[in-house]
Design a binder for this molecule. Structure first.
Ligand code: SF4
Ligand code: SF4
Length: 70
């Protein structure tokens, strides 16, 4: 099993301009802004499960990204 980040679309406030997870993710091109759905989106194949995005999103009280196990 390994962990990857997953965005809870209904909770994500990227449509209001939030880009915290995108800015803080240390892996290149791993969290992207989905323009069509106006939410952040994790590219699972690139995610290392480091949890940094979860920490910044929950620190900002959005709680819109979590780790899931595959
Ligand atoms: S930090 Fe959270 S609320 Fe902000 S864009 Fe990322 S998932 Fe969405
Ligand atoms: S868990 Fe780490 S590598 Fe994966 S999307 Fe979040 S910040 Fe990026």
């Amino acid at each position: 099993m390994y962990a990857v980040a997953e965005v809870v679309d209904e909770a994500c406030v990227a449509k209001k301009g939030c880009r915290l997870c995108i800015m803080y993710c240390p892996e290149a091109n791993t969290i992207l802004f989905n323009k069509e759905n106006q939410v952040a989106e994790v590219v699972e194949q690139r995610c290392k499960g480091c949890e940094l995005c979860v920490v910044v999103c929950s620190s900002a009280k959005h709680n819109a990204i979590r780790l899931v196990h595959r």
